[in-house]
Design a protein around this ligand. Structure first.
Ligand code: GLN
Length: 480
């Protein structure tokens, strides 16, 4: 299936040694997408011309420069809410269908400098609001593991493109689980870094205090490599810390001896399918055999995390999305009679259902009288969740949990029941708390359920991504 079935560093070595060329590799990725992506719809656009030109330019570089580029010739797929100066950045919305950013996001600059070739932009739920990549103006992305199933979301296009073997690396964004959950549903690895580790400059904002850009790949070692490239300091994002991640081959020894893995009962309560529970229990047993220690911890406030997340996310989204008014960006409704009409019609026609629902909800929450009742309370819960993690990490190095209560569901299954989907979307319980606390979290494939991939989540204290890579690689070895 995948022609990129080796770690990225080996693909890079091959090209650096002249066994293959950047142009050949990019052309292969583009051809695969053109020939096979009709079935999955993982890409919104393919920058064929720009990709092949960038690859040809890379081939012409001096040998000494090539050797310095850790991603020399590597085709990368980018979620379509991250600005790339070639082509459109649509956020899977009619509102931005024709928006062509005049600049690259900070992470794109860093990828290009490292020799990566951006081959295309991947599908997502509109403005990254959702968990199935069905709420896209460009239609749903299907899961290559079973095309009747959703790919997860909102970075479902990136996860599906990896699973289908079109590219060896991808970027996603994660506000409440959008890198980790589709990674789990498609059977690939994905990391949400520490808040502030990776610049958000050029990421179209959903909820600025929760948004993260992060790497996705088929191999945990590639996650470390990609993170080391995209985690450079950047003054244009005020929240970007001056702490670059330095990758190290030692992280990938498979050794987890002495690692203290925290288990919180709150993540194993009702709503979990028996296969997901059995699968994670099997893994815990195997990690113990390898010398890891299991520590009982408690995260009492995590049960409120989902509610707090929705309030904070919607509040920030309603403010961030106010800029789409038909004047400055993208779509503008035609045939209107007044300025007021223009705003209303533009936003009414340009946004889809979920985006409008969250803008309404967020505006309601932020209106006077409601601010204290909802928003401030949610912020307090956020502090308590943060405190829970601080306490837990006094006695363990990382925390294990499921990513979602079950494997990927059928396309369309939850689409026409939005309220029910909110209520039953219990995966938030597993993923959003890491966004509220700003701690790093990884999703690694392990096990299957009825032939569909399952993922396991590990969370670590701030800036301790290496612990996640260490355990993630051990899990990868166990499942190979
Ligand atoms: N599924 C969550 C939501 O709908 C998370 C979205 C995200 O991480 N971008 O808000």
């Amino acid at each position: 299936m995948a022609f990129f079935d080796r770690p990225i560093s080996e693909v890079v070595k091959c090209i650096q040694n002249g066994e293959d060329s950047c142009h050949n590799v990019a052309a292969r990725a583009v051809t695969l997408i053109e020939e096979q992506d009709k079935e999955f719809n993982s890409f919104i656009s393919v920058n064929k011309e720009a990709a092949l030109k960038a690859a040809a330019d890379l081939d012409k570089l001096q040998a000494s420069l090539k050797k310095e580029m850790p991603l020399y010739g590597v085709p990368v797929a980018v979620k379509d809410n991250i600005c790339v100066s070639e082509g459109a950045t649509t956020c899977a919305s009619k509102m931005l269908e024709k928006f062509e950013p005049p600049y690259d996001a900070a992470v794109i600059e860093m990828l290009k400098k490292a020799g990566a070739v951006i081959v295309g932009k991947t599908n997502l739920d509109e403005f990254a609001m959702g968990s199935s990549t069905e709420r896209s103006h460009f239609g749903p992305t299907r899961n290559p593991a079973n095309p009747n199933k959703v790919s997860g979301g909102s970075s479902g296009g990136s996860a599906a493109a990896l699973r289908a073997g079109f590219v060896p690396a991808a970027l996603g964004s994660d506000t409440g689980g959008s890198i980790r959950q589709p990674s789990a549903h498609c059977g690939v690895a994905g990391l949400k870094p520490t808040y502030g580790r990776v610049s958000r400059y050029g990421l179209v904002a959903l909820a600025s205090s929760l948004d993260h850009v992060g790497p996705m790949a088929n191999d945990v070692r590639d996650i470390g490599l990609l993170l080391s490239v995209i985690s450079q300091p950047d003054k244009r994002d005020e929240t970007c810390a001056n702490i670059s991640f330095v990758d190290n081959a030692d992280y990938y020894s498979g050794d987890v001896k002495g690692l203290r893995i925290g288990i919180a009962p709150e993540y194993f309560e009702s709503g979990l399918s028996s296969q997901v529970r059995d699968n994670i229990e099997t893994l815990i047993g195997r990690l113990k055999e390898l010398g890891a220690r299991v520590i009982d911890i408690s995260l009492p406030n995590v049960k409120h995390a989902s509610a707090a997340y929705y309030v904070i996310c919607a509040a920030e989204a309603s403010s961030n999305l106010a800029r789409y008014d038909g004047v400055k960006f993208g779509f503008r409704a035609q045939g209107v009679k007044s300025l007021g009409d223009m705003y209303e019609e533009t936003r009414g026609q340009g946004f889809g259902y979920e985006v409008k629902a969250r803008i309404l909800f967020g505006t309601h929450i932020l209106s006077s009288g409601n601010y204290d009742t909802y928003y401030l309370k949610a912020c307090r819960i956020r502090t308590l969740v943060n405190q829970d993690f601080k306490n837990a990490f006094n006695s363990c190095d990382l925390i294990i949990s499921p990513i979602a209560p079950a494997a990927a569901f059928d396309i369309g299954e939850k689409l026409d029941k939005p309220v029910e989907a909110y209520l039953t979307d219990t995966c938030k319980r597993f993923t959003v708390s890491a966004n509220l606390a700003g701690i790093p979290a990884i999703s690694v494939p392990y096990g299957t359920c009825d032939g569909l991939p399952l993922g396991i989540q590990f969370m670590a204290p701030q800036w301790r991504e290496e612990t996640l890579l260490r355990v993630g690689y051990a899990v990868q070895v166990l499942s190979s």
